[in-house]
Ligand binder design. Structure first.
Ligand code: PGA
Length: 271
């Protein structure tokens, strides 16, 4: 696990965008797994800038982690009302880069058959050749996607009920700002499973801010447990990079060791 600590959110975002940008440059036909939330916004802004400077997304295939059930992209609905992740991705990234519309996959929160959709989504990922690089944040309750405490660490794409903490976090971060009443917020979501995420060939996890410090420490250094579903990162066999800002890294017991490893890798050109 490469744990990279940067001074602040901006530098962490710069690093994360650099990882994704290099990946796309080296493998133009790659399959990217993408995430929503407050954390990736800075990364996406930098990817947009890189695109303006020539980074080509025309061959990239994208799969998003999750979507609330009951919402979905409908560009006729004003942004304040539609807090779907499809809308978020459109606003924060897709409409600013040259990824092809037919290559974008986001769970359909408006599907009449959520269970059937989940199986189809898994198959689509397989048909695309699997995810080459999956970007993930980490929820306040330790989730990846919407794999809330108690979800199986082997789970596949499925329907999940949002935990009280996720409801509260996402209300504060998005719905409240948009003026949506709390009881109008969706309580269920379609999410890639932890097993789906672990099938990716590479994972890039990002986290920022002191509010994430405890959960980041539990994820990386605590026991592997379905109570912190992202702790499955410790069982992951592929290439994994965790990009943190100083605040999010502040509760890591072995922080100095991780910083030392990064320095050594830089020194020996292994970064
Ligand atoms: P956040 O969400 O980036 O808004 O903190 C992360 C997540 O829930 O995965």
């Amino acid at each position: 696990m490469d744990i990279i600590v940067r001074e602040n959110y901006e530098e962490m975002s710069e690093y994360a965008a650099g990882v994704i940008g290099r990946f796309v440059r080296n493998k133009p036909y790659c399959v990217l797994g993408l995430a929503t939330g407050s954390t990736p916004i800075g990364t996406y802004r930098r990817l947009i800038k890189m695109h303006r400077e020539g980074l080509d997304f025309s061959k990239v295939v994208a799969f998003n982690l999750d979507e609330y059930i009951g919402v979905g992209i409908n560009l006729d609905v004003p942004y304040e009302v539609d807090q779907s992740y499809a809308r978020f991705m459109h606003e924060e990234l897709f409409s600013h880069i040259n990824v092809k519309k037919e290559n974008i996959h986001i769970p359909d929160g408006l599907t009449k058959d959520p269970t059937g959709f989940c199986s189809w989504y898994e198959e689509e990922i397989k048909r695309a050749g699997g995810i080459d690089l999956q970007l993930v944040g980490i929820g306040g309750d330790g989730h990846w996607g919407f794999n809330e405490p108690g979800s199986s660490l082997a789970s596949r794409t499925s329907i999940q009920a949002l935990s009280p903490q996720t409801l509260s976090d996402n209300y504060e971060s998005f719905y409240k700002k948009a003026g949506v009443e709390r009881d109008k917020m969706p309580h269920f979501a379609i999410t890639m499973g932890i097993g789906t995420i672990l099938d990716s060939k590479n994972i890039l996890m990002i986290a920022s801010g002191v509010n994430k410090a405890d959960v980041v420490a539990k994820c990386i250094e605590g026991p592997v447990t379905s109570q912190i579903t992202s702790s499955a990162i410790q069982l992951y066999a592929g290439g994994v990079t965790v990009a943190l800002d100083k605040a999010a890294a502040s509760k890591l017991q072995n922080l100095q060791h991780y910083i030392h490893i990064e320095r050594l890798k830089e020194e020996y050109g292994m970064g």
